[in-house]
Design a protein around this ligand. Structure first.
Ligand SMILES: [Zn+2]
Length: 609
């Protein structure tokens, strides 16, 4: 029996933070109650579902959802980590069901093997073209045994001093595409450029190719005179309120280190604005638990699409969080300590950036590489219109999760067994519904989401149907945990709406569902109308700039970056997120049914309009 203790692998935590390979609640742009009201879709009395889509609709049930989920999230699947036996089992299970329901495979075309060719006599009738597979297979570069060492060298006149720093003790290195650099070091204060308040830590400072030492957050924390505290927007940007989940990215997508990486920094070293060294290590390391359960660091493993050394531009610069002690050692040539410099910036409210003469750092990361096989599951239902069937609507969810470590299995029932079942629910619904939509519907289960949206990115690079003909992508990632009073008020706080505001009196927490979507494709209306038959308390969130650029969240990001309109459904975040306690006994089958039905009607409408 697999152990179900809560552990937090360090690598996973960083992954969630950095690659944002996870559904993170985007901080909404809405702040005014009237905007919220406008975006809330409350249905007094659900309408009967139209006859045309009824059979499919009714085939989606809470009962069947949980039956499928029990298998996908069982210990046998060993946490469905990308490129493992457990994942392959789950993928084969999905492929069997798709085949049983007579969906067409849209995975790899079989290759004509030499053996098949030689076994054929010239008189034989030519074989009918062999069927495609349900699996779309591709190779990934797997990087393991990652170890980072940092060496400091300070030259002053004829003297040369070196010092080595240890990972996990002096610094914590984040997950990124490249982690080696050797360059001079500069100090860039808080590393901020804010033109409207005339703040520029990089003025007269050349950071191109340099290693940049900065302090996190912004100057003058808690000081009402600080421009970063005075201005509401800046305050939110640099001192964001606590996120809805301990793993959610702070600051709504704004990441200072990414901006510095864009300036051409070779690497970024960051000292925490507040807190002691030991607090920093504790905070960045495995999440503390209140009892004597063990803390285990799962070894780091990284997967990359071959040929892509770093996935995103900002990942090309290593980001390392360093202790104050290490920062002081780096600053030695200036005769100042990090606390003095911070104090100076905080009190004068002026930058204090400078070069550090004679100071060089070497960041060296070693690792082992190999190739592994990864598989998406792809099936489709052909559209009924002779012309419009060339166009497709894609529905997807990631099937992979965090795997296991020794006896600890991350079952990932909500994340994202639930969304995977959602896709299977839809595949069957479309198959059994006598009426088919005009356009083709493609059903995808992605691999490698937890490692950086790899499966969906691969698909977008190698689509089963042309992207130009792909009219929309609908994503389900974690659809089995309904909101409750507590999570709803957390959401309210995040939106700066008083919890006792009349808006929230109307909302039933267990029926609350935020749905994000891209603007401009009429998705708002389709979602509103689909919900008439379901009666969820929908909260429609038209996505902002960051999501349009495909930078956040889950697998819809890959489609967003290809400019394909998208919809993203996610239920409440919870404490079991990325824990071994994300198990099937905690899910609500009722909400899975409702979300699946909503997505079914939305997809049907999109494919049939
Ligand atoms: Zn997920």
């Amino acid at each position: 029996m697999a152990k179900k203790w809560r552990i937090l692998p360090l690598a996973v935590c960083f992954l969630a933070f950095l690659l944002s390979a996870h559904p993170v609640q985007q901080p909404p742009r809405e702040h005014k109650p009237e905007d919220i009201i406008k975006n809330l879709v409350l249905v007094d009395k659900p309408q009967p579902v139209p006859e045309k889509v009824k059979s499919g609709f009714e085939s989606i049930t809470a009962r069947d959802s949980v039956i499928m989920l029990r298998y996908i999230a069982s210990d046998l699947m060993e946490g469905r980590e990308v490129a493992t036996r457990g994942y392959q089992l789950a993928a084969e299970y999905a492929a069997s069901l798709l085949s049983l329901w007579k969906l067409k495979p849209a995975g790899d075309k079989p290759e004509m093997t030499a053996m098949a060719m030689s076994g054929r006599r010239p008189s034989d009738t030519p074989p009918s073209p062999p069927e495609r597979s349900y699996l779309q297979e591709f190779l990934m570069r797997e990087v393991t045994d990652v170890s980072t060492a940092v060496t400091l060298e300070i030259r002053q006149g004829p003297q040369r001093k070196t010092r080595n720093f240890t990972s996990g003790v002096d610094f914590i290195s984040m997950f990124s595409g490249a982690e080696s650099a050797e360059a001079p070091v500069v100090f860039a204060g808080y590393g901020i450029i804010e033109k409207q308040i005339n703040w520029d830590d990089f003025k007269n400072l050349d950071v191109k190719g340099k290693i940049v030492l900065i302090i996190s957050e912004a100057p003058g924390k808690g000081n009402p005179e600080s421009p970063f505290e005075k201005d509401k927007e800046l305050k939110e940007k640099y001192f964001p309120p606590a996120p809805v989940s301990p793993f959610a990215r702070r600051g709504g997508g704004f990441n200072k280190t990414r901006e510095i990486a864009r300036l051409g920094a070779a690497a970024i070293l960051q000292v925490q604005n507040t807190g002691s060294d030991s607090e920093m290590l504790k905070g960045m390391g495995p999440r503390p638990v209140s009892d004597e359960r063990p803390i285990i660091n799962k070894p780091r493993r990284r997967l990359l699409l071959p040929g892509s050394r770093a996935q995103m531009p900002w990942e090309r610069s290593p980001v390392i969080t360093v202790t104050r002690e290490m920062a002081d050692a780096i600053l030695e040539s200036t005769g100042q300590k990090i606390e003095d410099l911070k104090e100076r910036i905080d009190t004068t409210l002026k930058p204090a950036s400078m070069e550090l003469p004679g100071t060089r750092l070497t960041i060296a990361t070693t690792s082992t590489s190999s190739l592994v096989r990864c598989r998406n599951v792809v099936a489709y239902l052909e559209g009924s219109d002779p012309t419009l069937k060339e166009e497709v609507v894609v529905v997807g969810a990631h099937l992979d999760h965090l795997g296991k470590w020794e006896d600890y299995v991350f079952n990932g029932a909500d994340d994202n067994g639930s969304g995977s079942v959602g896709v299977l629910n839809l595949a069957r619904a479309f198959a059994v519904n006598p009426e088919k939509p005009k356009r083709t519907v493609v059903f995808c289960l992605w691999t490698g989401e937890e490692s950086g949206l790899l499966g969906s990115r691969y698909y977008v690079q190698n689509p089963a149907f042309p992207l130009e003909k792909t009219v929309a992508y609908i994503n389900m990632d974690m659809i089995s945990r309904p909101y409750d009073e507590r999570s709803l008020s957390r959401m309210a706080r995040m939106m700066n709406i008083p919890v006792d505001h009349e808006i929230f009196k109307k909302v039933r927490p267990a029926s609350f569902l935020p749905v994000s979507f891209s603007s401009g494709a009429g998705l708002d209306e389709i979602l509103r109308s689909a919900n008439q038959a379901i009666g969820l308390d929908l909260f429609l969130r038209e996505a902002g700039e960051t999501m349009e650029r495909g930078m956040g969240g889950s697998d819809h990001a890959a489609f967003a970056s290809a400019k394909i309109p998208w919809v993203f459904c996610i239920t409440s975040l919870h404490d079991d997120y990325h824990q071994t306690s994300d198990s099937v006994d905690k899910v609500s089958a009722a909400i899975m049914e409702k979300v699946s039905r909503l997505v079914y009607l939305t997809t049907f409408a999109l494919a049939d309009r």
